[in-house]
Design a protein around this ligand. Sequence first.
Ligand SMILES: [Cu+2]
Length: 334
Amino acid sequence: MLTLWVFGICALIFLVVVVWVGYSVVRFRHRGEEGEPDQRQINKNYEIAWTIIPTLICVLLGWLTVESMFGPRSGEPLRTEDPDIIITGAQWWWDIRYPKLGVVAANELHLPVGRPFVVQLSSNDVIHTFWIPDLGRKQQMIPGHDNFITIQEDMIGTFLGACAQYCGNQHAWMRLLLVAQSPADFDAWVAQQKVVHPAPVALASAAAPGKTAPVPQPIPVNAVLQAHPEDSHAADEVAGMPAGNVARGARIYQQQTCGNCHAIEGVSSARFAPDLSHVASRATLGAGVLENNKKNLIRWIRDPQAVKPGCNMPNFQFTAEQTNDLVAYLETLQ
Ligand SMILES: [Cu+2]
């Protein structure tokens, strides 16, 4: 609405100026007279008019802008404690928590339409900026200084957001998806996010022991920064294999350092990286860099550095078979 007002008023001013300039160019063009053009002062009333009219326009636009800054029209006062949602920016993804619902998500903000939410914006590392243009709000996420905003979405649909503050080399791939749903669909989503998948301890003990090949040590992130060869064949190679073994995949997850960074409910609880408890239910991987499907999950696990160079997940140098098993496990985390 504000955009339309600003656009309308500016378009009007543009038209007036263009017509006026065009008229003046034709009407007062040089007709071969000698000497300086007429320098007479014009009527003072003109000067008063072109001071007052722009001032009024500025006041009107300023007023509309300030009015739109007070968030949704619900009249709900802004709380600075007890937020409904806590969103934490990290290099280069979003941690999204609903403390009152006991739900943890990442890179995907689900909202039921038509009601306001108080959001706490935090950061774990550098300054990020929360920006989903459709919500009309843009607010910095500052380490050690939480900001609070009220957001409300009235239209069902998905809307793209992004980090709007340069925050490092993968800043451009720090996308955030707003999924605005009917209250019933939102409740269904919450219920699904609260499902705890059976801990792989049980799964792993069911698998034949000794099947997992020794896994090579991950190479440090910085060492791979220089070279990240195109890895497209690797994905095809794994994709052609028979379905991976979920229990073996779960065991690889536990044996490797995945749990030092990631949380999976009942398995590991680290918060350095996106919560994976329901990773398979999300639309994208790597904060929007890949669509979430089996082939892309394979690409990611095979070599995150090839997909998102510099991101904070190392290349584990898994074999095709290990990748296949891990992906089979991750795909069960709906
Ligand atoms: Cu950022």
